[in-house]
Write a protein that binds this ligand. Structure first.
Ligand SMILES: C[S@@+](CC[C@H](N)C(=O)[O-])C[C@H]1O[C@@H](n2cnc3c(N)ncnc32)[C@H](O)[C@@H]1O
Length: 229
């Protein structure tokens, strides 16, 4: 069955957006993945089509109503887990993307305003996922990030499977640096080892670079890598 992303949003016109171009767009055309959007506003019952209301307890901003969101979730079917994109969620990682890509798909709830009434998140057992420690204006860009991270892992998405094997986070390290022509640019030569033709020396150099970069930039990943041995 084709991997499916179902996005629940008040701005369905944002999709496929950037996911409709380049590799992800081609994969969408080739039906390597499917995209379905649901306009949360279609599930309102008042004449103003209000999806939000003032927060109980006071405070700034508005909150998306549980009755409206719940009706949209009900209509979203059952292909994949229900995920609420939220800065309060567990950070998205490569291993999470991998496990989601191995499933049938995802249902992605995109918040706006101050967020969504907690009761519908609890009742529907929505898993909360964050795309980083910063606050976006809405969950749609987060949903796109999550979809992109998953679909590029789907069989048939990429031509060369090696490019996936050697990527950052695979094997617990960030990737080594890349170089291409010209061999000398602005007076800077590419590292000599890369033009030596000695594949085992190249592999060893890349591994050392990956380790050094990880140690310097991501002490958390480096500690985990060292722990695993
Ligand atoms: C303005 S934000 C609400 C922020 C919320 N009041 C808070 O402080 O946690 C509106 C919506 O953007 C989305 N969003 C914002 N930051 C995000 C992040 N880092 N990861 C995933 N979604 C995010 C969520 O869906 C959220 O409901």
């Amino acid at each position: 069955m084709t991997w499916q992303a179902t996005v629940l949003t008040i701005f369905p016109e944002m999709f496929p957006g950037p996911l409709g171009i380049s590799l992800s767009g081609k994969a969408l055309e080739k039906e390597i993945w499917k995209l379905k959007t649901l306009d949360i506003r279609d599930f309102t019952s008042d004449k103003h089509q209000s999806v939000d209301d003032a927060p109980f307890g006071g405070g700034a901003g508005m909150v998306m109503r549980s009755d409206v969101v719940d009706a949209a979730v009900e209509a979203s079917g059952d292909v994949g887990p229900l995920i609420y994109l939220s800065p309060r969620g567990i950070p998205l990682t490569q291993s999470k993307a991998k496990s989601l890509a191995e499933g049938p798909g995802v249902r992605l709830l995109s918040g706006r305003y101050e967020g969504i009434d907690q009761r519908v998140l609890d009742t529907r057992k929505a898993e909360e996922i964050s795309v980083g420690d910063y606050v976006l204006s809405g969950g749609e860009l987060g949903a796109m990030v999550l979809i992109d991270a998953c679909i590029r892992l789907l069989p048939g998405f990429m031509g060369q499977s090696e490019s996936l094997i050697e990527e950052s986070f695979e094997g617990g390290l960030l990737e080594y640096p890349h170089y291409t022509r010209p061999r000398v640019w602005n007076g800077i030569e590419v590292p000599a080892v890369l033009t030596s033709g000695d594949h085992s020396r190249i592999a060893a150099w890349r591994r050392e670079q990956a380790k050094a970069t990880t140690r310097e930039r991501r002490p958390d990943m480096w500690a985990e890598f060292a722990r695993r041995g």
